[in-house]
Design a protein around this ligand. Structure first.
Ligand code: ATP
Length: 241
C-alpha cells in the first residue's frame, strides 16, 4: 500500500467573481514526497496553491492536511499546522534585514531557543544568507531573495512547503542550485513539497509525482518517471519531438 496522503484535495473549486480559476481539482501528496503541478499560463496553478494555503477561499470542495480539514481556514492557522507557502515573486520584506526576514518566518512559534537554532540550520543550506544577515533583504539579488523566501518558509518548521515558480527570473545555474537545495531539504528533513513550475524538465526530474493542470482541471497525473515518457507531455511540456 502507498503511504497515506499528508495533503488530500477533493473537488476543490476557487474563483475570482465570475472567473472560475480552479474547477474541481482532486489530488493527494503522500508524506515525504515531492509533487509538481505543471500547466500553461492562466491554468490556475497559483490560485490552487493560494487556496491550499488559505490566502484564497475555496468555493467548494475539501482540503485535508495531516487528517484535518483546513479548506477556508485562516492562513496563520494553516502555517501553525505545518503547511507553508513560498509565494511567486518571493515577496521578502525589502526593508527588513535578512535575519529579520528569517525571524518573520517563525512568527507562529513560541520557542525562541529553537528558533535561534533553526536560523543556524537554515543558514547552513544557504550560506549567503549568513554572510548577508544584517543587510536589507531588498538589496539581495533575485536568486538570493528566492533563497531567503525558501529559508523563511523553513523557519516555520513546516511538514510541507508549497513552492510557486521557484525558478522564475533566475539564471539556469541559480535554478539548478535552488533545485539541488530543494532536493536536500526533502531528503534530509523529510519535508513534503508541492511545486508549481514553468520549467517542466527540471520539475519532472525533481518530483516523484506530477499533475498537469489545464483550464482549472487536472488533465493528466502520474509518477514523473511515467509522465516524462509520454509523447503528449514530451511534445507540449518538454519541447521534444
Ligand atoms: P501563471 O503561470 O501565469 O502564474 P497560473 O496557472 O498560476 O498562471 P492563475 O494565476 O492561478 O494561473 O490564474 C488562473 C485564472 O484566474 C486566470 O484566468 C487569471 O486571469 C485569473 N486570475 C488570477 N488572479 C486573479 C485575480 N486576482 N483577479 C481576477 N482573476 C484572476
Amino acid at each position: 500500500m502507498s503511504a497515506p496522503a499528508l495533503l488530500e484535495v477533493l473537488n476543490l473549486e476557487a474563483a475570482y467573481g465570475p472567473i472560475k480559476a480552479v474547477r474541481g481539482v482532486s489530488l493527494a501528496v503522500p508524506e515525504g514526497r515531492i509533487a509538481t503541478v505543471l500547466g500553461p499560463n492562466g491554468a490556475g496553478k497559483t490560485t490552487l496553491l493560494k487556496t491550499l494555503s488559505g490566502i484564497n477561499d475555496p468555493r467548494r470542495g475539501s482540503v485535508r492536511f495531516a487528517g484535518a480539514e483546513i479548506g477556508g481556514h485562516d492562513p496563520a492557522e494553516i502555517v501553525r499546522r505545518g503547511l507553508v507557502q513560498v509565494p511567486e515573486g518571493r515577496e521578502v520584506f525589502p526593508l527588513l534585514s535578512v535575519r529579520e526576514n528569517l525571524l518573520m518566518g517563525a512568527y507562529t512559534r513560541g520557542d525562541r531557543d529553537a528558533v535561534a537554532r533553526d536560523i543556524e540550520q537554515v543558514q547552513a543550506y544557504f550560506p549567503i544568507l549568513k554572510e548577508r544577515a544584517a543587510q536589507a533583504a531588498g538589496l539581495l539579488s533575485g536568486g538570493q531573495q528566492q533563497m531567503l523566501a525558501i529559508a523563511r518558509a523553513l523557519m516555520a518548521a513546516p511538514r510541507m512547503i508549497l513552492l510557486d515558480e521557484p525558478s522564475l527570473g533566475l539564471s539556469p545555474k541559480l535554478t539548478q542550485e535552488i533545485f539541488a537545495i530543494i532536493r536536500r531539504i526533502n531528503r534530509e528533513r523529510g519535508t513534503t513539497l508541492l511545486l508549481v513550475e514553468q520549467n517542466a524538465h527540471l520539475a519532472l526530474d525533481l518530483a516523484d509525482l506530477g499533475f498537469i493542470l489545464e483550464n482549472g482541471r487536472i488533465v493528466v497525473e502520474g509518477p514523473c518517471a511515467e509522465l516524462r515518457e509520454r509523447a503528449d507531455i514530451q511534445e507540449f511540456y518538454l519541447g521534444l519531438q
